[in-house]
Design a binder for this molecule. Structure first.
Ligand SMILES: [Zn+2]
Length: 276
């Protein structure tokens, strides 16, 4: 299973999910599945962005690679990192939550309780909030005129569409968000020195401006130390829901388990990765 938030891969318990999915906190996912499935089947679970990267590693863009950063651009901004062939978990399975890298110490409040996280600048929720704030401030453009009576309909997809039509307010909002995202990715490239950066999630599927702009921005920001263009690519598996990634997690855990029953869940996945 793939789930938002901080999941303990050993117990499949949902530890922390800020925001609208908070009701899942404390739920043990294997028990939910166990109650629904008659036969006793092993259940593996991890964070949704992490399993999306597992899917890309096994069947998608990252096949054969050992150092990969993935960001999932949706209502929030999920992240995961494959480091020296191993998925980064950290002490409490928080490792790789790249959307919560602080980009601006005085930036807007984030759902996680921090201020100025990358997710507070680039995510569906952040972009929509910025557009609605522009409406409230009375900023004038064809887009704000069209939505002045129904700000709740101003979705991220709409904002990108208006930006592509050169609406000045929409373009300013989208360009600013992309600038922050690119700066954030440049920081991640310096931290992880990856072979590839993969952008997944709904926003990456629909936009044609995003990738070229980010490649150019990240390129000049990292050229001096990295000294090579790092491929920044769209996810190859058309799987914004993470189902294929969850299948990859189970595949890796079972494969790893065959020869290493005593290992923890995260190490089983790791030994499965080595097998691949
Ligand atoms: Zn945050």
């Amino acid at each position: 299973m793939a789930c938002k938030g901080i999941i303990d891969p050993e117990t499949t318990k949902v530890e922390v999910v800020p925001g609208i999915f908070r009701f899942l906190e404390g739920v043990t996912l294997s028990q939910v599945v166990g109650a629904a499935v008659k036969e006793k089947v092993p259940v593996f679970a991890d964070n949704d962005a992490r399993v999306a990267l597992m899917g890309e590693r096994v069947w998608g863009a990252a096949r054969g690679l050992r150092n990969v950063v993935m960001l999932t651009l949706g209502s929030g901004l999920g992240g995961a990192a494959l480091v020296e062939g191993r998925l980064l978990h950290g002490k409490n399975s928080v490792g790789g939550h790249l959307g919560h890298v602080t980009i601006n110490p005085r930036g807007p409040m984030c759902v996680c309780g921090n201020k100025g996280c990358l997710e507070a600048y680039f995510s569906g929720n952040a972009i929509e909030a910025e557009a609605r704030a522009a409406l409230c401030r009375g900023c004038e453009s064809p887009m704000t005129a069209a939505f002045s009576n129904r700000p709740e309909d101003l979705t991220c997809e709409e904002i990108f569409r208006w930006a592509a039509r050169q609406d000045p307010v929409a373009a300013a909002i989208v360009n600013r968000a992309i600038e922050y995202l690119a700066a954030g990715i440049a920081g991640l490239v310096h931290i992880f020195d990856p072979e590839m950066v993969i952008l997944g999630g709904q926003i990456s599927l629909n936009d044609t401006v995003l990738l070229p702009t980010i490649r150019a921005e990240v390129g000049w920001r990292t050229q001096r130390l990295i000294r090579r263009p790092v491929p920044i690519v769209r996810q190859q598996l058309s799987d914004p829901s993470g189902v294929i990634g969850a299948a990859a997690l189970a595949h890796l855990c079972c494969q790893g388990r065959a020869e290493a029953k005593s290992l923890s869940a995260r190490d089983r996945a790791f030994s499965g990765l080595i097998e691949n």
